[in-house]
Design a protein around this ligand. Structure first.
Ligand SMILES: [Ca+2]
Length: 190
Protein backbone atom coordinates (compact mmCIF):
# COMPACT_ATOMS: atom_id res chain seq x y z
CA UNK A 1 0.00 0.00 0.00
CA UNK A 2 1.48 3.34 -1.03
CA UNK A 3 1.53 6.31 1.36
CA UNK A 4 -1.09 7.92 -0.86
CA UNK A 5 -3.45 4.94 -0.54
CA UNK A 6 -3.05 5.03 3.22
CA UNK A 7 -3.82 8.72 3.27
CA UNK A 8 -7.03 8.27 1.23
CA UNK A 9 -8.18 5.40 3.42
CA UNK A 10 -7.61 7.52 6.53
CA UNK A 11 -9.60 10.40 5.05
CA UNK A 12 -12.54 8.17 4.11
CA UNK A 13 -12.68 6.79 7.64
CA UNK A 14 -12.60 10.32 9.03
CA UNK A 15 -15.44 11.43 6.75
CA UNK A 16 -17.47 8.38 7.69
CA UNK A 17 -17.06 9.13 11.39
CA UNK A 18 -18.19 12.72 10.79
CA UNK A 19 -21.26 11.52 8.91
CA UNK A 20 -22.37 9.31 11.78
CA UNK A 21 -21.84 12.09 14.29
CA UNK A 22 -23.93 14.45 12.19
CA UNK A 23 -26.82 12.01 11.92
CA UNK A 24 -26.86 11.44 15.67
CA UNK A 25 -26.71 15.09 16.70
CA UNK A 26 -28.81 16.82 14.03
CA UNK A 27 -32.29 16.16 15.50
CA UNK A 28 -31.34 17.21 19.04
CA UNK A 29 -29.75 20.45 17.84
CA UNK A 30 -32.72 21.33 15.66
CA UNK A 31 -35.69 22.44 17.82
CA UNK A 32 -39.02 22.38 16.10
CA UNK A 33 -42.43 23.95 16.16
CA UNK A 34 -45.09 21.26 16.40
CA UNK A 35 -48.19 22.40 14.51
CA UNK A 36 -51.66 20.81 14.65
CA UNK A 37 -54.10 21.89 11.96
CA UNK A 38 -57.37 19.95 12.23
CA UNK A 39 -60.60 20.65 10.37
CA UNK A 40 -62.08 23.84 11.87
CA UNK A 41 -63.60 23.23 15.31
CA UNK A 42 -66.78 25.26 15.99
CA UNK A 43 -67.81 25.80 19.63
CA UNK A 44 -71.35 27.13 20.13
CA UNK A 45 -73.75 27.81 23.02
CA UNK A 46 -73.58 25.10 25.65
CA UNK A 47 -70.55 23.50 24.03
CA UNK A 48 -66.91 23.18 25.03
CA UNK A 49 -63.65 21.92 23.56
CA UNK A 50 -60.30 21.03 25.14
CA UNK A 51 -57.14 21.88 23.23
CA UNK A 52 -54.19 19.59 24.00
CA UNK A 53 -51.26 21.32 22.35
CA UNK A 54 -48.83 18.42 22.56
CA UNK A 55 -51.29 15.51 22.55
CA UNK A 56 -50.10 14.05 25.85
CA UNK A 57 -52.41 12.91 28.69
CA UNK A 58 -53.10 16.47 29.93
CA UNK A 59 -55.44 18.96 28.22
CA UNK A 60 -54.02 22.49 28.21
CA UNK A 61 -56.77 25.03 27.35
CA UNK A 62 -60.56 24.73 27.73
CA UNK A 63 -62.86 26.76 25.46
CA UNK A 64 -66.47 27.04 26.63
CA UNK A 65 -69.59 28.98 25.64
CA UNK A 66 -72.25 29.68 28.27
CA UNK A 67 -75.16 32.00 27.53
CA UNK A 68 -73.59 35.16 26.09
CA UNK A 69 -70.19 34.50 27.64
CA UNK A 70 -67.22 32.85 25.94
CA UNK A 71 -64.40 31.53 28.11
CA UNK A 72 -60.86 30.35 27.35
CA UNK A 73 -59.29 28.84 30.46
CA UNK A 74 -55.83 27.45 31.20
CA UNK A 75 -55.88 23.92 32.63
CA UNK A 76 -53.46 22.10 34.91
CA UNK A 77 -49.94 23.49 34.55
CA UNK A 78 -50.93 26.13 31.98
CA UNK A 79 -51.26 29.94 31.90
CA UNK A 80 -52.41 32.42 29.24
CA UNK A 81 -51.24 35.95 28.46
CA UNK A 82 -53.91 38.48 29.36
CA UNK A 83 -55.16 41.50 31.27
CA UNK A 84 -57.32 41.67 34.41
CA UNK A 85 -56.88 40.41 37.93
CA UNK A 86 -57.49 37.68 40.47
CA UNK A 87 -61.19 37.02 39.75
CA UNK A 88 -61.69 38.00 36.11
CA UNK A 89 -58.90 37.82 33.58
CA UNK A 90 -59.10 38.51 29.87
CA UNK A 91 -56.81 36.52 27.56
CA UNK A 92 -55.12 38.77 25.03
CA UNK A 93 -55.87 38.61 21.33
CA UNK A 94 -52.35 38.46 19.86
CA UNK A 95 -51.47 39.37 16.30
CA UNK A 96 -49.36 37.14 14.07
CA UNK A 97 -45.71 37.47 15.07
CA UNK A 98 -46.30 38.55 18.69
CA UNK A 99 -43.69 37.08 21.03
CA UNK A 100 -44.93 34.42 23.47
CA UNK A 101 -42.08 34.27 25.95
CA UNK A 102 -41.15 34.20 29.66
CA UNK A 103 -41.43 38.02 29.82
CA UNK A 104 -45.05 38.13 28.57
CA UNK A 105 -47.88 39.07 30.96
CA UNK A 106 -49.09 35.72 32.28
CA UNK A 107 -52.13 37.04 34.16
CA UNK A 108 -54.52 34.21 33.30
CA UNK A 109 -53.48 31.38 35.61
CA UNK A 110 -55.49 28.48 37.02
CA UNK A 111 -55.83 30.51 40.27
CA UNK A 112 -58.13 33.02 38.50
CA UNK A 113 -61.87 32.21 38.64
CA UNK A 114 -63.06 33.43 35.22
CA UNK A 115 -61.07 33.60 32.00
CA UNK A 116 -63.31 35.59 29.67
CA UNK A 117 -62.67 36.02 25.96
CA UNK A 118 -66.02 37.72 25.29
CA UNK A 119 -68.25 38.39 28.30
CA UNK A 120 -71.75 39.92 28.27
CA UNK A 121 -72.12 40.25 24.48
CA UNK A 122 -68.73 41.95 23.96
CA UNK A 123 -69.07 44.13 27.09
CA UNK A 124 -65.81 42.72 28.50
CA UNK A 125 -62.87 40.83 27.06
CA UNK A 126 -60.29 41.22 24.32
CA UNK A 127 -62.21 39.16 21.75
CA UNK A 128 -65.23 41.11 20.43
CA UNK A 129 -67.54 39.42 17.98
CA UNK A 130 -66.05 39.23 14.48
CA UNK A 131 -62.37 39.32 15.48
CA UNK A 132 -59.64 36.70 15.21
CA UNK A 133 -56.13 36.15 16.53
CA UNK A 134 -53.94 34.04 18.77
CA UNK A 135 -53.96 33.10 22.44
CA UNK A 136 -50.52 32.86 24.05
CA UNK A 137 -50.05 29.69 26.11
CA UNK A 138 -47.41 28.62 28.62
CA UNK A 139 -47.81 24.99 29.60
CA UNK A 140 -46.11 21.99 31.11
CA UNK A 141 -44.78 18.85 29.45
CA UNK A 142 -43.27 16.35 31.92
CA UNK A 143 -42.25 19.09 34.35
CA UNK A 144 -40.75 21.43 31.76
CA UNK A 145 -42.15 24.77 30.51
CA UNK A 146 -43.16 25.15 26.87
CA UNK A 147 -44.66 28.02 24.87
CA UNK A 148 -47.39 27.83 22.23
CA UNK A 149 -50.44 29.46 20.69
CA UNK A 150 -54.04 28.69 19.76
CA UNK A 151 -55.56 30.38 16.69
CA UNK A 152 -59.27 31.15 16.77
CA UNK A 153 -62.05 33.34 15.40
CA UNK A 154 -64.79 34.88 17.55
CA UNK A 155 -67.58 34.36 15.05
CA UNK A 156 -70.29 35.93 17.26
CA UNK A 157 -70.91 36.83 20.92
CA UNK A 158 -71.62 33.18 21.70
CA UNK A 159 -69.62 31.15 19.21
CA UNK A 160 -66.03 30.69 18.14
CA UNK A 161 -64.08 28.57 15.71
CA UNK A 162 -60.71 27.04 16.66
CA UNK A 163 -58.58 26.68 13.55
CA UNK A 164 -55.13 25.41 14.61
CA UNK A 165 -52.48 25.46 17.30
CA UNK A 166 -48.72 24.97 17.74
CA UNK A 167 -45.96 24.82 20.35
CA UNK A 168 -42.19 24.93 20.55
CA UNK A 169 -40.91 21.50 21.54
CA UNK A 170 -37.68 22.85 23.10
CA UNK A 171 -38.41 23.79 26.75
CA UNK A 172 -38.14 27.44 27.83
CA UNK A 173 -37.97 28.61 24.21
CA UNK A 174 -40.22 31.50 23.06
CA UNK A 175 -42.47 31.14 20.02
CA UNK A 176 -44.02 33.83 17.81
CA UNK A 177 -47.80 33.73 17.35
CA UNK A 178 -48.70 32.04 14.10
CA UNK A 179 -45.31 30.39 13.60
CA UNK A 180 -45.57 27.08 11.77
CA UNK A 181 -42.79 24.64 10.86
CA UNK A 182 -40.63 25.37 7.86
CA UNK A 183 -41.57 22.91 5.15
CA UNK A 184 -39.06 21.64 2.64
CA UNK A 185 -40.07 22.35 -0.91
CA UNK A 186 -39.10 20.19 -3.86
CA UNK A 187 -38.91 21.21 -7.48
CA UNK A 188 -37.56 19.84 -10.74
CA UNK A 189 -35.66 21.43 -13.58
CA UNK A 190 -36.67 20.33 -17.05
CA1 LIG B 1 -50.90 18.69 26.90
Amino acid sequence: MSPRDTDIRFRLQAYSALGVAFLLTAPAANGAVQHTDPADIPVGPGESFNVNLDGNATNDVLFRVSSNNVYGSPLTGASLTGSGGATFCYPYQLSSGASISPGATWTCTTAVTFHSLNYGSSSFGNWPSGTSGYIGVRFDIAGETHYGWVHLQMTSNNSLVITDWAYEDVPDTPIAAGTVPVELMSFSID
